[in-house]
Design a protein around this ligand. Structure first.
Ligand code: ADP
Length: 596
């Protein structure tokens, strides 16, 4: 099947398939059901777009978010492929035209939202069309065990029931094996070809830091490395997104907030500005991002603990889709965990609730992990990773100095034990530090042997020790936030287990410097900036985001190669024939100018 390599080069501009892509393409061409789990940026779209071009008929793609569909359709059109979407955003007239194109066999790909299936007439419409195969994007939304369950997705079994002979290809970036089985069952997949890519995102450099106060000074320090680069900052609440965006604006950074409470037109405008590089940073709640296809996001920061590893992995996955080095930073503190726990506690008792507690526990343990971050994530998804090759804070600083805090830990645990495992963090630390507050005196806790044994150390110091004990599971919170000692805690008390902590955490006021992992030493910066401004001009004229014209990766390759003719230009990864026809001449003459 030579044709597929030809299409790969001429339409998409790529020289070769990436890992796992060809397997997926071949299975679809053989009309087999497919379930593919590949990290964000792995190149899932190509796996169904390419076979679609090789098969007669239209491919119907179910996708959960309008923004995602819009982006995909735009990118396909830029490559000269006839694609459309049907959504509630379009006028009746526009929808009529698309229906007409669909019925007359003009379309190659049709993107639709899952709620379309609630209308019986929609299935009738599909029955009149020659469909080559169905695609379910973000397929984890079908599973209650996943992290983004969507009721509408449950209806997708209708596809198999109504079109038993048409293949279904399901794609997601995040699915544990349990979710994988759920997807397969819910969509009634027929012994699907299961393709599980490596979870490891090798171009993401991960750091996790304990948040100092509100984390603003850590954030500013981090942002120093990203003068012109796009990034997303996730904050916990709507209010926080607004105050943080304002804080950054006052520091001269082009930032806007984004959350579900903003009017639609404001959200759409912020989204547009971000995609078009008119602002640098979006400070958002998790309402932002699902489906965002902007390929040149260079950093993602979490200002507090995400709900689950799946959420976190998906959110950081938005960085570096173009394969270039990107940085992600998570700032969290023990109080985040408490807050999340309280949310979950308000849910009705159910297996779902227990599941949520477990997931929270695992993400919290991740923040305290002192071994490889990538390895931790991989093992969460039941994947194996030998070594991240210095792509996380723990692996780049294996020689970090550690302090043994076993004695302090024993004092603290013993205080929790002596006060009856009925009190919260502040109270226990007050007893340790010999406070004379009324409550301690009336409980007669000033008479305990542990009273005042920690007064040589400050309260923030004890907070850090407490946090470390939570991270390693020695302490947990029971009802009313009362601290309770777990098995590991008992072992520490009995001096069977030692407790260590990175020394710099005990220096509670220290400011940390962030080393950049995204600076490109080999890049011809002058040429890149010149090509970038040409790209911006064209994008503006066409009303498209810059990366739809050419992605950063393509532009960087072009800047370094400075092609001198059509052939050399077509050899650049990401320059296909249609793109060359549209933009080739302009970029070529700029490259020739730059060369002389
Ligand atoms: P996903 O949907 O898995 O997150 P995308 O389909 O958006 O990933 O692809 C991510 C990026 O990888 C895009 O910029 C795309 O052009 C690029 N890409 C996909 N396949 C290839 C390939 N075979 N060679 C080079 N780049 C590719």
């Amino acid at each position: 099947m030579i044709q597929k390599y030809e299409i790969l080069k001429t339409v998409f501009g790529h020289d070769e398939f990436r890992s796992f892509q060809e397997e997926a393409v071949d299975s679809i061409l053989h009309q087999k059901d497919v379930l593919m789990i590949l990290p964000t940026g792995g190149g899932k779209s190509l796996c169904y777009q390419l076979p679609s071009l090789m098969m007669p008929g239209v491919t119907v793609v179910v996708s959960p978010l309008l923004a995602l569909m819009h982006d995909q359709v735009m990118a396909l059109k830029a490559n000269g492929i006839k694609a459309e979407m049907m959504s509630s955003m379009q006028t009746g007239e526009e929808l009529d035209l698309i229906r007409y194109d669909l019925l007359s066999g003009e379309l190659k790909l049709l993107y639709i939202a899952p709620e379309r299936f609630s209308a019986p007439l929609f299935l009738d419409l599909l029955r009149q069309v020659r469909i080559n195969f169905f695609v379910i994007d973000e397929a984890h939304c079908v599973s209650e065990w996943g992290h983004e369950f969507r009721e509408d997705y449950r209806k997708l079994h209708l596809l198999r029931e109504n079109f038993p002979n048409i293949g279904i290809a399901a794609f997601t970036a995040t699915a544990t094996p349990k979710v994988q089985i759920d997807i397969s069952n819910a969509l009634r997949l027929n012994t699907p070809k299961e393709i599980r890519g490596k979870i490891f995102r090798e171009n993401l450099h991960i750091s996790v830091e304990p948040r100092i106060k509100d984390g603003k000074s850590q954030l500013l320090e981090f942002l120093k490395n990203f003068k012109n680069d796009s990034g997303i900052i996730y904050a916990f609440s709507r209010k926080q997104t607004e105050s943080l965006a304002e804080f950054l604006q006052n520091k001269g950074i082009k930032a806007l907030p984004f959350h579900a409470g903003l009017p639609n037109h404001v959200k759409a405008e912020t989204f547009r500005k971000f995609v078009h590089d008119e602002i640098q940073v979006v400070v958002a709640t998790i309402a932002f991002g699902m489906g965002i296809d902007k390929s040149n996001i260079r950093f993602v920061v979490h200002m507090s603990l995400p709900k689950t590893i799946e959420n976190y992995y998906q959110e950081i996955g938005r960085a570096g889709r173009d394969g270039l080095d990107s940085e992600v930073l998570l700032l969290s503190s023990g109080s985040d965990m408490m807050m999340q726990r309280e949310f979950i506690e308000q849910l009705e008792d159910s297996p779902y609730k227990q599941n949520a507690f477990n997931k929270l526990e695992l993400i919290s343990r991740y923040t305290g992990a002192e071994a490889c971050r990538h390895q931790y994530i991989a093992s969460y998804f039941e994947d194996k990773l030998e070594d991240c090759e210095s792509k996380c804070d723990n692996c780049t600083a294996p020689e970090v100095e550690k302090t043994d805090i076993s004695v302090q830990a024993q004092k603290l645990l013993s205080c929790v034990y002596r006060t009856g495992q009925r009190f919260g963090q502040s109270y226990v630390i007050d007893v340790l530090r010999g406070s004379t507050v009324e409550k301690i005196l009336s409980n007669e806790h000033d008479k305990l042997s542990v009273y005042g044994i920690g007064k040589d150390l400050s309260k923030p110091y004890w907070d850090v020790v407490m946090e470390r004990l939570m991270e390693i599971g020695a302490l947990k919170r029971g009802d009313f936030r009362a601290l309770m000692i777990d098995t590991i805690g008992m072992q520490i008390l009995k001096k069977e287990v030692n407790v260590e902590i990175k020394s710099d955490r005990l220096n509670v006021k220290a400011k940390k410097e962030y080393k950049s992992h995204t600076q490109d030493v080999d890049l011809n910066t002058e040429a890149f900036e010149s090509l970038r401004s040409l790209r911006a001009e064209i994008a503006k004229k066409e009303g498209k985001p810059a990366y739809i014209v050419f992605g950063d990766k393509t532009l960087k390759e072009m800047a370094n190669a400075l092609p001198a003719d059509e052939e050399e230009m077509l050899a650049i990864n990401g320059v296909g024939e249609v793109k060359f026809e549209r933009y080739g001449e302009q970029f070529l003459s700029r490259c020739i100018e730059l060369k002389t």
